[in-house]
Design a protein around this ligand. Structure first.
Ligand code: COA
Length: 332
């Protein structure tokens, strides 16, 4: 074990997820967008995505995921004393989606806030939650990654709209009780090139206007090739640094739960880390990229598939707009 590394004492007591019921497969999408199942599958590995209905907002998806996580943990909403929500598609600019979830869960007064680190958001939120728990001022944290990305998709831009989907995942963290032990975190960011992946309008720089609407500025924009290259590089680096800091090697890792963006990104990461692809859990074929929700949804499915055995070492790793990245080590 390397010195000067703060060890976490928090555990994941329960995990849950929720996916909207509407399945939009590539064939269905190709009826309204100039694309094909062959192109999307070969470039991304995505076969389908879920799309929330008009009445479902991000907080609605999040509440269902949170309720499932509470059942999994054997707890009730009344046990929660802090809510942290990671999202880039909040119900509204403010108040925070966390406050809306707090109300829907019926737990008044509980401290609630959002963080925004795009697709790395859930891992950033775990990092923050761990810090809050280690301060001993909170005992039980609900961490949610939830997105209604369909609400910021430009359905006329085939280079982006085929990639993303809606969904939510949640975890209950505490210092007490039994569950998967969080070991360490490595989060970082590089804000030097924000235009690689962004939603230009709707903020203080470019408030909503006739111009922002006609230039389609309220939709997600992306430079896919540059993001691809950066993603592999930053996830490899964060994973190696985190493993080394805690005295592990790549060989010690039993399972990797990566951000579910693109099967080719996962393959490249597997090659660069020299961790066999069979150790990577992927469900992006079914749901596409659900941004902050992707890792908790994948974690929930991996647990339900019974592949995660007690005592095994897990690596969660993500990248996203910002650019942001984060890696988390966990002992299941
Ligand atoms: N259907 C059909 N053709 C498409 C298409 C689609 N949905 N999207 C793009 N194309 C076309 C392009 O117009 C281009 O055509 P041209 O050669 O005639 O100009 C061609 O396909 C190749 O485009 P390119 O952008 O070079 O493809 P690519 O192999 O780089 O794959 C991505 C594009 C977006 C799939 C890939 O770059 C990627 O996944 N990047 C990372 C994105 C990501 O993960 N973002 C989320 C970060 S959290």
């Amino acid at each position: 074990m390397v010195d000067n590394v703060t060890k976490s004492s928090s555990k994941i007591l329960g995990v849950g997820s929720y996916l909207p019921s509407e399945v939009v497969d590539n064939l269905k999408l190709s009826e309204k967008v100039d694309t094909s199942d062959e192109w999307i599958t070969s470039r991304t590995g995505i076969k389908a995505r879920r799309i929330a209905n008009e009445k479902e907002a991000t907080s609605d998806l999040a509440v269902k995921a949170a309720q499932n996580a509470l059942i999994d943990a054997g707890l009730t909403a009344q046990d929660i004393d802090l809510i942290i929500v990671a999202t880039i598609t909040p119900d509204m600019a403010f108040p925070s989606t966390a406050c809306l979830i707090q109300h829907k869960l019926g737990i008044p007064k509980v401290a609630s806030f959002d963080i925004e680190a795009a697709c790395s958001g859930f891992l950033y939120a775990l990092d923050v939650a761990d810090g809050m728990l280690s301060s001993n001022r909170y005992k039980c944290v609900l961490v949610v990654g939830a997105e209604k990305l369909s609400s910021i998709m430009d359905w006329e831009d085939r280079t982006t709209c085929v990639l993303f989907g809606d969904g939510a995942g949640a975890a209950i963290l505490s210092n007490a009780g039994s569950g998967s032990q969080l070991i360490g975190f490595k989060s970082g960011a590089d804000g030097s090139n924000p235009n690689l992946l962004y939603q230009p309008a709707g903020g203080s720089l470019l408030p909503a206007s006739q111009d922002s609407l006609s230039s389609r500025g309220h939709f997600l924009k992306m430079n896919g090739r540059e993001i691809f290259k950066s993603a592999v590089r930053v996830m490899e680096r964060a994973s190696r640094e985190l493993l080394e800091a805690h005295g592990f090697t790549e060989n010690d890792v039993d399972h990797v739960i990566p951000h579910q963006a693109n099967a080719r990104i996962v393959e490249s990461l597997s090659q660069r880390l020299e961790i066999p692809l069979g150790k990577f859990f992927c469900n992006l074929d079914k749901y596409g990229n659900t941004s902050a929700a992707s890792i908790p949804i994948a974690l929930d499915e991996a647990r339900k598939s019974l592949i995660l055995k007690k005592g095994q070492l897990g690596l969660f790793v993500a990248f996203g707009a910002g650019l942001t990245w984060s890696a988390v080590l966990v002992r299941f």
